[in-house]
Each structure stands twice: as structure tokens, then as C-alpha cells.
Design a protein around this ligand. Structure first.
Ligand code: CS2
Length: 494
């Protein structure tokens, strides 16, 4: 077997010339960002931007201290510890060029379940100026029906009983803010990098609700000493598979236990409201804005909605990847007409040029044959995604008496998707916090189609809208009687 090197600080200088390695001395880096949730996405996005900033502009004061809080994060914790925080960003371009870059910006790493007090201390430390997050939709503890913070969530009661061994991000923040206040230290910026609407505002709302219940005496201090910029984050980051690990070994002589694969495209837009002088991220392509709304709407309603559509329709047909589904002309035709006729009219806060450019770039991103983005990943947690990616479009269109036919078809296809069997009779798993309800209601909808859109936590009272309900019911009946591909073809002809 060809020679390869385990990825760690000691071996960095031995890696072959086709691997980009940090040009900076990692020992000189100071951490001013503490990031909670060192996911693949954090590693392909924020940690990459910070790496670029340090690498190209020697801004050594912006190192990242990674923190994970979940029991399920033990694997990444152990690997990053083993690899001195280093990992490979494996970028795959459409033309077949593959690039390996070792990212060095995560220089410290803590694991909450192992040592919660160390995490609280680090979060309170004055050198930490930004606490950032990728904690996924569930991390915000929102009530499924009301969308407000779920103060009765068991993890919150658990935190109240064990304040120094919290389960929630909010428990950690509260304890660290108590220390900052008692020690007369400055506050910090709380930077959510989750792909949810108004992520900064959501973080603020959840934190304030939590603190009102558990430590109301802190509210005033938090109001005066923190800020919550909203952000738009974007980079397609598929699940790493064993093939990627072997290809890195064969082509770049790196043995990395958990590299991150990504597309070349990347975008990060941030509202410019930081408590302290912020990293000069504009030098590495980050955009700063006063209003995130237009960027967010483009991303969620065009890109993420397209993903969900390809994911649901593609899975029903038996496709496995975004690339396969996007290469099918019928699927693509359906998708493009959804984007043009149903989404575009809702994007009133963006100009036409920006919308067209964005839509064109989407198609080429989906058609990158080297990004093996699994439909399985896309369809995970659809119950949190559909209300965010597709239903705002539906609501906007209904309010304006405009077309919702394709959206109704997608929702009907999602009902059928929850049967767990594709058009070739192959079964697949439904990975969703609400899978019980989804599967049960999909089964009930065989007799009574409306049942599925009566799930209030997802659809609110949409089932009472006759225009939507009738389009949806018609689509579901078609889909129950025919395969998804013929239904799409029929829609194209009409
Ligand atoms: C995807 C996103 O999870 C999903 O449904 O649409 O993860 C998508 O790949 C990212 O938002 C791209 O930035």
C-alpha cells in the first residue's frame, strides 16, 4: 500500500505538496470564538472561513474553541482530540478537480458531558468575544405547535435540577453569563449559524424565555451586554462516507478519520451587529448586511425547498442522490416551474437579477456529479424543514390568490413518502423526530387524504384552506394510483 500519514500536528509538514496545510503557527493562535456544535457543516463553513482569515491575513486572534454538548458527539470529540483539532476539507468541483485542504482554525476543544464546568468557565472567559452555534432546529427547544420556546421541555426541568451539569445550550449560557456578570466582565456576541429563519432572533427569544424562568436577575445584564446577529449560511456538505476516506488516502496520502466533503460554492451573510470589534471576515468573502431577510428568503425558499422536493420525489422514484434526481429532465422541469411560478412571486424583497442568478447557480450546484449528496440526508427531519422551506411560499401564494399546485403536489408526495416504500417496492427508513405521527397519519390518509395535512404542528390550519386542500387531495389520489414519475409527466403536460 502507498505511504500515507495520519492527520495530526506532527505530520503536517510531511503531507504531500498537493495538500494545502495551514501556513500559520497554530501555537500562536488565541481563541476568541467559542463554537457549540462542531458538525460537518460548521467544519465546511465557519471554521473554513476563519481558517482562510488566519491563513491569508494572519488574524491570529480569532481561533475557534470547539464545544460539543451531546452524548452523540463523543465520536467527533475523540477524533478531533486525536487529530489535534485538524481535519481535511475535501472540496469536489464539477469538472472533477478534487482539492484537499487541512483546516487548522479549531485549536481547542471541549466536551460538555465530560467536563461541564470547564465549558462554563471557558464560555465565561473574557477572551471569548463570540459564542457561535450550529445546534440544529431542535437545539432551540421550540414548541411544535406554537413555535414559541418550550419552557416545559424535559431538558429545561433537568437543567433547573442540575444547573452545573446542564443539558441545554441555554443552561450553559446562563451559568457563564452569571460568572461574567459577577466578575464584571464584558458580554459577547451570540452568533447562530443554523439554517433556520431569523436564527439570531430565534436564539435571543429562546435564551430570554429560558433566563426569565431560571435566572430573571440576569435579563438586564444580557440585554445590555450581548447581541444576536441573524445570519444566512450556505454550503452543500454531504455526509462523509468511507469512500471519501479511502480517496483521501489514495490521492492525497492523508489518513483522516472524519474529513468533511463539500462543494466549491460557499456563502455567509451576517448582520453587522457585534459587541466587540469583529474578525474582518469580509476579507475572505463574507458579506455583511443590515437586513438578512432577502438573503434568507432566497436561500430557504429556493435552495432548501428544491432540495426537499428532489429529496421527496426522488426517493419515491428510487433515486439515491441529489445529482441523480437533478439529472432527470422531468424532475428538473417540475422543479424549475415550481421555482418560477410559485416561489419567485413571493420573493418581493429581492431584485429579479439576483433571483435569476441564484436560480441558475442552484441548478449547476445540484448537477455537480462528484457531490454524492444523499437524498436520505435531505429527507431527514422533513417535519422541521417543510414548514420552513415550502409552507411560507404556500401561505404567500394563497394570500395573493396565486398558484400553489406544485407545492400541493409536493406535500401530497411527502404524505406518500411517509409510507416508507418507493415506486419499485423498496423500503426506506424515515428519520424524523415526528416519524411516529408522520407514518401513522400517512397511513390514515390512504382512506382519508386530508388527515395528513391536519397535523397541526406542521401545517397549522392549512387543511381548512379549500384551494390548497383540494389540490393536495387530488394530487395524493393521483400519487396513490400512479408512480411519481408519471404524475410529474402528467403535470408537465397540463
Ligand atoms: C439541505 C441543507 O438539509 C437540507 O435539507 O437542504 O442541508 C443544505 O444542503 C444546506 O442548507 C446548504 O447550505
Amino acid at each position: 500500500m502507498a505511504k500515507f500519514f495520519y492527520l495530526n500536528a506532527e505530520n503536517l509538514s510531511s503531507l504531500p505538496a498537493n495538500v494545502a496545510v495551514p501556513s500559520y503557527n497554530r501555537d500562536l493562535i488565541k481563541t476568541s470564538i467559542l463554537h457549540i456544535g462542531v458538525s460537518n457543516f460548521h467544519r465546511s463553513h465557519q471554521a473554513y472561513y476563519i481558517h482562510e482569515l488566519i491563513d491569508k491575513y494572519k488574524e491570529l486572534n480569532h481561533g475557534i474553541c470547539g464545544v460539543d454538548l451531546l452524548d452523540s458527539d463523543r465520536k467527533i470529540y475523540n477524533i478531533l482530540k486525536d487529530q489535534d483539532g485538524l481535519y481535511t476539507l475535501y472540496t469536489k468541483e464539477s469538472n472533477g478537480a478534487h482539492k484537499a485542504k487541512v483546516i487548522g482554525s479549531v485549536v481547542e476543544y471541549f466536551y460538555g458531558p465530560e467536563n461541564p464546568l470547564a465549558v462554563i468557565e471557558k464560555m465565561a472567559s473574557p477572551e471569548i468575544k463570540i459564542i457561535s452555534f450550529t445546534i440544529a432546529e431542535d437545539g432551540y427547544l421550540l414548541n411544535e405547535i406554537t413555535g414559541a420556546f418550550d419552557i416545559n421541555h424535559p431538558a429545561v426541568s433537568d437543567d433547573v435540577k442540575n444547573p452545573f451539569n446542564p443539558k441545554t445550550v441555554f443552561g450553559y449560557l446562563t451559568q457563564s453569563f452569571k460568572l461574567r456578570k459577577a466578575r464584571n466582565l464584558p458580554g459577547c456576541t451570540l452568533l447562530s449559524c443554523d439554517n433556520i429563519k431569523s436564527n439570531g432572533d430565534t436564539m435571543k427569544q429562546s435564551l430570554f424565555d429560558y433566563v426569565s424562568k431560571t435566572a430573571p436577575e440576569l435579563l438586564d445584564w444580557i440585554t445590555k451586554n450581548t447581541s444576536f446577529p441573524n445570519t444566512m449560511v450556505d454550503r452543500i456538505t454531504p455526509i462523509t462516507n468511507s469512500n471519501d476516506i479511502s480517496m483521501l488516502k489514495d490521492d492525497f496520502a492523508i489518513s483522516d478519520q472524519w474529513p468533511v466533503v463539500c462543494e466549491p460554492f460557499s456563502q455567509w451573510v451576517i448582520e453587522d451587529k457585534f459587541v466587540h470589534a469583529r474578525p474582518n471576515l469580509e476579507k475572505v468573502g463574507v458579506q455583511f448586511t443590515k437586513d438578512i431577510g432577502p438573503y434568507e428568503n432566497l436561500k430557504l425558499r429556493l435552495l432548501n425547498a428544491s432540495h426537499s422536493i428532489l429529496g421527496i420525489l426522488g426517493t419515491l422514484h428510487g433515486y439515491k442522490t441529489v445529482y441523480e434526481a437533478a439529472s432527470d429532465n422531468d424532475f428538473m422541469f417540475f422543479l424549475k416551474s415550481f421555482l418560477d411560478d410559485e416561489v419567485t412571486p413571493t420573493l418581493t424583497d429581492s431584485n429579479n437579477e439576483r433571483i435569476t442568478e441564484y436560480k441558475n447557480s442552484l441548478v449547476s450546484r445540484f448537477l455537480n456529479p462528484h457531490i454524492n449528496d444523499q437524498l436520505f440526508r435531505i429527507c431527514q427531519e422533513s417535519s422541521a424543514k417543510i414548514p420552513l422551506f415550502i409552507l411560507p411560499t404556500v401561505k404567500h401564494q394563497l394570500l395573493n390568490d396565486q398558484n400553489i399546485k406544485r407545492a400541493a403536489f409536493v406535500i401530497a408526495a411527502w404524505a406518500k413518502y411517509n409510507d416508507g416504500v418507493d415506486d419499485n417496492e423498496n423500503s426506506y427508513n424515515i428519520l424524523d423526530t415526528m416519524s411516529g405521527t408522520l407514518i401513522r397519519t400517512a397511513a390514515l390518509s390512504i382512506q382519508n387524504p386530508i388527515k395528513f395535512i391536519e397535523i397541526k404542528a406542521i401545517f397549522g390550519d392549512l387543511s381548512q384552506n379549500e384551494t390548497f386542500a383540494s389540490s393536495y387531495i387530488e394530487a395524493l389520489m393521483q400519487l396513490r394510483a400512479n408512480d411519481v414519475k408519471s404524475c410529474i409527466k402528467k403535470m408537465i403536460l397540463n
